[in-house]
Design a protein around this ligand. Structure first.
Ligand code: ADP
Length: 310
């Protein structure tokens, strides 16, 4: 293995908590994505080089990419050191898996550099150490779609059980209003107990959504994109949420909801023209209340992390 060799990858943004699929369903998108480059280093452990303006920590144990790589290095004892260069395009804290892209991208790139000693579940396991740095808990609902691509179901984290779902072509419109929703706040306002009647609605919708994706039934997908448990509580943290949702549906979107723990909102559409109409509705909601925001119109990314140079 040449010590000079380097690997460059693109690690995509991801949407977790796919409406009714809180903590279990997520998908990767084609835009935005982070660019990361990894190579062997004579410096022991992990060295981080930032090529963006986000000023993320350079100490490996505080940077999600570093924490994920340290977990990988524990199981790759022959490797002295790795240097990772991060050019982040996915704004941290936006709710579209910025931390997962760094954690997953770092370990996938390292695995390629090392000649593929690890399986995808191993890589998810390492990357979850990065998510723990970002949010205090190990979770895989952004990591899994980032690594596997497409729509993924996390049936269980301990033990890890990830299922890749088939999905029909879907366009995704994302709006990121420039406000801060702290993940800790978004978690702390959730109710710890739910009513049986609400649980029944929710699992009906999850089953409907999974069946709709597998059968490429857009009507069923649209009917199942309903969250009676989390969204009513969390959406109060996001200005304009109800309007964005209503106007997107009126414009022809199948449905959507909060991306991750917010503040980004995503909507799914069957075709690009509708996805662009939805984007216009999002602009008009936030322009009316003078709230700075960014939008993306993209598609589901079925490949996950891709190698661009090796
Ligand atoms: P997102 O859903 O956009 O990933 P999170 O709140 O889960 O947002 O994660 C972002 C947090 O993780 C921020 O506090 C950020 O400072 C921290 N962090 C540490 N290292 C990184 C990294 N390499 N990429 C992104 N976020 C990082």
């Amino acid at each position: 293995m040449s010590q000079q060799r380097s690997i460059t990858i693109h690690a995509p943004a991801t949407v977790a908590n796919m409406v009714c699929g809180f903590d279990v369903l997520g998908f990767a998108v084609n835009d935005p994505y982070d660019i990361m480059k990894i190579r062997f280093s004579d410096r022991p452990g992990v060295t981080i080089v930032n090529e963006d303006a986000y000023n993320l920590p350079l100490e490996p144990e505080k940077n999600v990419a570093g924490a994920a790589l340290l977990a990988l290095l524990e199981e790759a004892p022959d490797v002295k050191g790795l240097e990772i260069t991060i050019n982040k395009q996915i704004k941290p804290g936006s709710g579209v898996g910025s931390s997962a892209a760094s954690a997953a991208g770092a370990v996938v790139a390292a695995n390629i550099l090392l000649g593929h000693p690890f399986s995808k579940p191993d890589l998810v396991r390492f990357a979850m150490n990065g998510e723990k740095v970002a949010s205090g808990v190990k979770h895989a609902d952004n990591i899994a779609p980032c690594i596997y691509g497409g729509v993924t179901l996390i049936r269980s984290i301990f033990p890890l059980d990830i299922i890749q779902l088939n999905a029909p072509p879907l366009f995704v419109t994302i709006v990121h209003p420039q406000i801060e929703v702290r993940t800790a706040d978004a978690r702390s306002i959730l109710k710890q107990q739910i009513l049986l009647k609400d649980a029944i609605k929710q699992w009906g919708n999850i089953a409907g959504l999974v069946a709709g994706l597998q059968q490429q039934d857009y009507e069923l997908i649209g009917r199942s994109l309903e969250d009676v448990l989390i969204e009513p509580v969390r959406s109060i943290l996001i200005p304009g949420f109800d309007q964005v949702k209503k106007r997107s549906r009126d414009a022809g979107a199948l449905g959507g909801g909060i991306s991750g723990s917010g503040p980004s909102i995503f909507m799914l559409s069957r075709d690009e023209a509708t996805a662009k109409k939805v984007e216009q509705e999002m602009h008009s909601v936030y322009d009316a209340i003078n709230l700075e925001h960014h939008t993306y119109v993209t598609t589901i990314n079925s490949n996950g992390i891709t190698i661009t140079e090796q």
